[in-house]
Design a protein around this ligand. Structure first.
Ligand code: 5GP
Length: 202
């Protein structure tokens, strides 16, 4: 049987929906899953490591990558650039590895145009109150940035219909199980399988 390409899984959802936690849990539980490390111009948060959480770059550097079509997608989110390095993702998928992108919506819509066979999954918080509470608890943003992120979150929720799946992140283990089920189902899709019967029909 010829080798299948890996899946490209796109996780989007408002800041504070818990995409990061879900992503980490999936990476811990699924051995063949690779996290796509994004470029960003925002400064590192305490504990964030270059090349693991993000590649931290200047605006000029990211603009050069955009001009050179080195990004699979990119977006300006709350005054900073974010983008997915194209080559690493393409290489992994062609090698049969599953890749997960944790990106916002403008970027996800670009990926949908370039790679419609991606698995587009939207993560939502159980309520706006919970969302606000999570962002405040994280304690890594100024009040101004928090307000901007909350306003952006409300706009983002309108895009859920562009996605294939929606998962409410109320309890992390439940949400992780749902995401794993989605991936298992996607891998069983007939159109993804180069399925050939051996021998001839009588
Ligand atoms: P944060 O600053 O909280 O790490 O990320 C802000 C938003 O940017 C989140 O919604 C996150 O998913 C999104 N993001 C992270 N990396 C990328 C990327 O490469 N492309 C796009 N379009 N969004 C990204």
């Amino acid at each position: 049987m010829e080798q299948s390409h890996g899946l490209l899984i796109i996780l989007s959802g408002p800041s504070g929906a818990g995409k990061g936690t879900l992503c980490q849990e999936l990476l811990r539980q699924i051995p063949n899953l690779k996290y796509s490390v994004s470029m960003t111009t925002r400064p590192p948060r305490p504990g964030e490591v270059e090349g693991i959480h993000y590649f931290f770059r200047t605006r000029t550097e990211v603009e050069a990558m955009i001009a050179g079509d080195e990004l699979l997608e990119w977006a300006s989110f709350c005054d900073n650039y974010y983008g997915t390095p194209r080559f690493a993702v393409e290489q992994a998928i062609q090698a049969g590895q599953d890749v997960i992108l944790e990106i916002e919506i403008q970027g996800a819509l670009q990926v949908k145009k370039r790679f419609p066979q991606g698995v587009f999954t939207f993560i939502v918080p159980p309520s706006m109150d919970v969302l606000a509470e999570r962002i405040y608890k994280r304690g890594t943003e100024t009040e101004e940035v928090i307000q901007k992120r909350l306003a952006t979150a409300i706009q983002e929720l309108e895009y859920v219909s562009e996605y294939d799946y929606v998962v409410i992140n109320d309890e992390v283990p439940v949400a992780v199980d749902k995401l794993k089920s989605i991936l298992i189902a996607e891998k069983c899709r007939v159109k993804r399988k180069p399925f050939v019967f051996k021998g001839e029909a009588k």
